[in-house]
Design a protein around this ligand. Structure first.
Ligand SMILES: *[C@@H]1O[C@H](CO)[C@@H](O)[C@H](O)[C@H]1NC(C)=O
Ligand SMILES: *[C@@H]1O[C@H](CO)[C@@H](O)[C@H](O)[C@H]1NC(C)=O
Ligand SMILES: *[C@@H]1O[C@H](CO)[C@@H](O)[C@H](O)[C@H]1NC(C)=O
Ligand SMILES: *[C@@H]1O[C@H](CO)[C@@H](O)[C@H](O)[C@H]1NC(C)=O
Ligand SMILES: *[C@@H]1O[C@H](CO)[C@@H](O)[C@H](O)[C@H]1NC(C)=O
Ligand SMILES: *[C@@H]1O[C@H](CO)[C@@H](O)[C@H](O)[C@H]1NC(C)=O
Length: 632
């Protein structure tokens, strides 16, 4: 009995493992309905973020909403290395995707074929991080993330070559190799991609086409040994994200195979997107009469629209191009309940800010209403909004869009539930919670990162010109976010003739700015220095009510610092609970940035570096005595 049983037993074991080996070695999705019809327990795709399989069988990773991310991984890990000798296998995959943005010229951010060490990436960020990595693990060899990105936004931070490229990412979003895409990735059309890795030749190839025919030549061929990145077992899938610019990212089919060529996809048999914008030729041929009716109706609608535009909102040609950010006045009026005083969040140099809830998405937003006197200045300013709208950094308050109505400009921002930093520091309001030192330090570092981005990591230098505590907002996790960037251009263009053209706030303005009126990155650095000191000391840069020797904060701090008594300058409400090293770095950086000579101030890149290592000796010695002769 046992003699006959044993071989049978062995046979069934080998059969079982053969079945599971096949399942892990190769799979095919012709549409994703097979992934949807099952329960979570036996789903063969693990979805996270906003990823979803639609009823049509289309896998949608994101929709065209700001700052989303979506992941879809094959639920079963794939063996990438030979268990006997640890050598890497070859793999091959092909998939059909589309990126649809409401306005074809602007899309964001992109989609990435991803091989990761887990089927979810919990701490990944959206936007330029493509849902793959975050600020802390960039380039980390322990990430074990391989991606082929199809990227439609040029991120200068990651040295992207253009806004339509294919790149190979190894544990990093700075691509190790990238090439311009051979076709328009964000056209909304279905695109097929093939990715093959030959582990013997150690070459990775990528092809792109708009049909099922694999072109003769890959658009990208990269010699790379992937064995340090790929572990024995890895998860394969896709990641996509959006930012201020947003696209819907779709997948229609996906085949994968280890040690062989992935089965080809037949685009015509895959689910496809409805194409509402395409002309319906069948309709035109079938019913010329109804077509005529349709045409008349369309003309009438267009005429009415032009009439409406003329009477209420002002739309210019270029505004239509940058359409996705335009809100209708009605929508914003409804969101803020008619700009009720009850919804007023604050009043700044540029106008009143209201809290609002967008009628469609129920998203909370802050709406800034800027009144404008000079038509010319407004036009120039609006021309720049498109570029400001593309600024995207985790430490900037995200701008969602705008609306223009007569003399009013309405700017829509992400809502920051915890309000502005100044309220916590020196409002004298006992009901505000005390900000403990670790949060203060994180806020300072966030603002430094935001300024570095504006000064050096964007396509052109953006000066903030009004860095101060009331322009630093705290998000739901009490991270610092710099607001009001780019707005000072309103002043520059003469928005408010009654004020001088020098933008800034007393105490934050560099001495040379009052002389020359010319803002530079060094004048921003000066304001940042004042901000750092006030966060550490918990008081304003200039306190008119204070004792004369304590009136100017930077002088006061300098004296305490020179006398080796800087602990006495720290906000007494912290009751001595702070990290000495961090406070000393903050004081040194604050004082260096407050130097009266612009050339002696550090650049934001240096500031970020000083904050990076909490060792005060990393910060250059302060010139002594630097701030003599009542420079302040
Ligand atoms: C998904 O799971 C179902 C049921 O387990 C199976 O029939 C189907 O072949 C799987 N599809 C893929 C692509 O693995
Ligand atoms: C789905 O899950 C429920 C309960 O978890 C179970 O009763 C049912 O049989 C499952 N259906 C399938 C198709 O696996
Ligand atoms: C794994 O490596 C061993 C020894 O080099 C080899 O005999 C075997 O065929 C390999 N297996 C696969 C699946 O390539
Ligand atoms: C998997 O990747 C994460 C980062 O994405 C890393 O922290 C972790 O150590 C990795 N796990 C392994 C087993 O290497
Ligand atoms: C990929 O680029 C990073 C720098 O961005 C570099 O450190 C790494 O060595 C590169 N990897 C390969 C395999 O070339
Ligand atoms: C597929 O598209 C390429 C261009 O992308 C074209 O050259 C080729 O003829 C097309 N093949 C078919 C079968 O339509």
């Amino acid at each position: 009995m046992s003699k006959t049983f044993l071989p049978l037993f062995l046979f069934s074991i080998s059969l079982l493992s053969a079945v599971s080996a096949v399942a892990r070695d190769e799979f095919q999705f012709c549409g994703f309905n097979s992934a949807k019809s099952n329960n979570n327990s036996n789903n063969n795709l693990t979805l996270s973020g906003v990823a979803e399989v639609e009823n049509s069988g289309i896998l949608r990773l994101t929709s065209d909403v700001h700052r989303l991310l979506g992941h879809a991984f094959y639920s079963v890990p794939i063996r990438f290395k030979n268990s006997t000798d640890g050598s890497l296998f070859s793999f091959s995959t092909t998939f059909a995707f589309a990126m649809v943005s409401e306005y074809a010229k602007l899309g964001g951010h992109g989609i990435a074929f991803t091989i990761a060490n887990s089927s979810s990436i919990p701490d990944a960020l959206s936007s330029q991080y493509l849902g793959l990595l975050n600020t802390k693990n960039m380039g980390n060899p322990s990430n074990h993330i391989f991606a082929v990105e199809f990227d439609t936004v040029q991120d200068f931070e990651f040295r992207d070559i253009n806004d339509n490229h294919v790149g190979i990412d190894l544990n990093n979003l700075v691509s190790n190799k990238s090439v311009p895409a051979s076709l328009n990735l964000k056209s909304g059309d279905t695109i097929q991609a093939w990715i093959d890795y030959d582990s013997a030749r150690r070459v990775l190839d990528v092809w792109l086409a708009k049909n099922s025919t694999k072109p003769a030549n890959p658009i990208l061929s990269y010699a790379v040994d992937l064995s340090p990145i790929l572990l024995n077992e890895m998860y394969v899938g896709f990641s996509a994200s959006t930012c201020v610019l947003a696209s819907s990212h779709y997948l229609f089919g996906w085949n994968f195979k280890m040690n062989g060529v992935a089965k080809s996809l037949d685009l015509s048999s895959l689910p496809s997107l409805p194409k509402p914008k395409k002309k319906n030729y069948a309709f035109l041929i079938a019913g010329p009469v109804s077509a005529l009716v349709f045409l008349i109706a369309a003309l009438a609608a267009a005429g009415y629209r032009i009439y409406k535009i003329k009477t209420t909102e002002v739309i210019e040609d270029w505004e239509l191009v940058t359409g996705p950010h335009r809100f209708s006045y009605k929508e914003l009026k409804q969101a803020t309940r008619g700009f009720r005083d009850k919804e007023l969040l604050g009043q700044g140099g540029f106008g009143k800010v209201y809290r609002g809830v967008l009628p469609g998405t129920k998203e909370e937003v802050a709406v800034k209403r800027v009144s404008h006197e000079s038509k010319q200045g407004l036009r120039e300013f609006l021309a720049e909004i498109e570029s400001i709208g593309r600024l995207c950094h985790r430490n900037l308050v995200g701008m969602k869009g705008w609306c223009r109505r007569r003399k009013d400009l309405l700017l829509v921002y992400d809502y920051m539930p915890n309000g502005s930093l100044d309220k916590y520091l020196f409002n004298g309001d006992e009901t505000m919670p005390l900000l403990p030192w670790p949060i203060r330090f994180r806020v300072i570092r966030s603002v430094a990162a935001a300024l570095l981005y504006l000064h050096e990591e964007w396509e052109s230098v953006v000066l903030h010109r009004d860095v101060k505590a009331s322009n630093v907002l705290l998000d739901s996790e009490l991270n610092g976010r710099l607001g009001d960037f780019g707005l000072s251009k309103l002043y520059e263009h003469g928005a408010n003739p009654s004020t001088t053209r020098v933008v800034g706030t007393l105490g934050y303005m560099a001495p040379e700015l009052t002389r020359t009126g010319k803002a530079t990155t060094a004048t921003d650095v000066f304001s940042f220095g004042a901000l750092v000191l006030e966060v550490v000391c918990g008081r304003r840069p200039i306190e008119l009510k204070a004792q004369p020797e304590e009136m100017v904060l930077v002088d006061f701090v300098w004296e305490k610092f020179a006398a080796g008594k800087w602990r006495e300058a720290v906000d007494s409400r912290l009751a001595g609970e702070f990290n000495n090293g961090e406070v000393e770095v903050a004081f040194r950086v604050g004082l260096l940035c407050s130097h009266p000579e612009p050339a002696a101030r550090p650049a934001m890149r240096d500031v970020v570096r000083f904050f990076g290592d909490e060792d005060p000796s990393g910060v250059p010695e302060l010139p002594s005595p630097p701030l003599a002769d009542g420079n302040f």
